[in-house]
Design a protein around this ligand. Structure first.
Ligand SMILES: NC(=O)c1ccc[n+]([C@@H]2O[C@H](COP(=O)([O-])OP(=O)(O)OC[C@H]3O[C@@H](n4cnc5c(N)ncnc54)[C@H](OP(=O)(O)O)[C@@H]3O)[C@@H](O)[C@H]2O)c1
Length: 232
C-alpha cells in the first residue's frame, strides 16, 4: 500500500485528495489543524492516520518527522495554503497596491512558503526512501509572472511565486526525489470561492493521474492538473 502525506486536509482540495487516495487503496497521513472535522472522521480510518498540525509550528513538524521516521512516503502534497482571512475574490480587499495589509501578507508567507519549506525539508528523508518519491508543492496560476495580466493579490501571488522558486531549488538540491509545482485550476473551495470554474473532485482526479505519471526529467517543473507545463 503506497503512502501519501497531505497537509491541510480538513476541507477543500486537501480533503478531496485524502478521499480519493483512500479510494485508490493508499495509506494517507493527513495533517490538519482540525483533526475532528466530521468529513475526515467519516473516511476509512484503517487507511488514514490523522495528525494535528499547524504548518507554522516548526517544532511540531520536527516532532512529527521524528515520530514518522520509519514511514516511506511515495507522495507528499504541500497543500495547506491561504489567501488570508478571506477567499477569492474578497481577498483583494487587503492585497492591492492601495490597501495592503502587511500582517496578513506576513501570515500568508509564513504558511504558503515557510511552512511548505519546513514540511519539505523535514520529510525529504521519508520521500527519498521511496523508489520514486514525489513532492507536490500546491502552487497556483496566480503565482505565474507570465499570467499576471490583472495585478492585485500581491500577498498570495508573491507567495506562490516564492513557492515555485522552492520547487526549482529542491530539484537542484535533491536528485533522489521528483519535485513539482502544481496549478490545480480555479476550484470551488473556501479559498477559490463559489464562482470558481471547477469542482475540487475533478481537479484532484486529474492531479492524481498526472502525479502518478511524473518522471525524473520533470523535476523542477511547474505543471497544471493535466501535467502540462505552466509558464513561470
Ligand atoms: N481553490 C483554488 O481555486 C486554488 C487555486 C490554485 C491554488 N490553490 C491552492 O490549493 C491549496 C488548497 O486550497 P483550497 O482551495 O483547498 O483552500 P481551502 O478550502 O481554503 O483549504 C485550505 C486548507 O489549508 C489549511 N490551512 C491553512 N492554513 C494552515 C496552517 N497554518 N496549517 C495547517 N493547515 C492550514 C486549511 O485548514 P483550516 O481549516 O484549519 O484553515 C484548509 O484545510 C492551497 O495551497 C491553495 O493556495 C487553490
Amino acid at each position: 500500500m503506497p503512502t501519501v502525506l497531505i497537509t491541510g486536509t480538513n476541507r477543500g482540495l486537501g480533503l478531496e485528495f485524502t478521499r480519493q487516495y483512500i479510494d485508490l487503496g493508499w495509506h494517507v497521513i493527513a495533517f490538519t489543524r482540525k483533526p475532528h472535522t466530521a468529513e475526515l472522521q467519516e473516511l476509512n480510518q484503517e487507511q488514514l492516520h490523522i495528525c494535528q498540525l499547524d504548518v507554522v509550528d516548526h517544532a511540531a513538524i520536527d516532532r512529527l518527522a521524528e515520530e514518522l521516521a520509519e514511514i516511506t512516503l511515495d507522495v507528499l502534497i504541500n497543500n495547506a495554503g491561504t489567501t488570508g482571512p478571506k477567499g477569492a475574490p474578497e481577498c483583494i480587499e487587503y492585497s492591492g497596491v492601495d490597501n495592503t495589509d502587511y500582517d496578513i501578507w506576513r501570515e500568508v508567507f509564513e504558511i504558503n512558503v515557510l511552512g511548505a519549506f519546513k514540511i519539505a525539508t523535514a520529510f525529504h528523508p521519508h520521500l527519498a526512501k521511496a523508489e520514486r518519491g514525489v513532492l507536490v508543492n500546491m502552487s497556483s496560476d496566480l503565482g505565474s509572472m507570465t499570467q499576471n495580466t490583472m495585478g492585485n493579490m500581491y500577498s498570495y501571488r508573491s507567495s506562490k511565486s516564492a513557492l515555485n522558486m522552492l520547487t526549482a531549488g529542491f530539484a537542484n538540491d535533491w536528485k533522489d526525489i521528483i519535485s513539482v509545482s502544481m496549478a490545480p485550476g480555479w476550484c470551488r473551495t473556501e479559498l477559490g470561492g463559489a464562482g470558481a470554474e471547477i469542482d475540487p473532485a475533478e481537479s484532484v482526479t486529474d492531479q492524481i493521474k498526472s502525479i502518478s505519471k511524473l518522471t525524473a526529467e520533470q523535476s523542477g517543473c511547474f505543471i497544471d492538473r493535466f501535467g502540462k507545463p505552466v509558464a513561470w
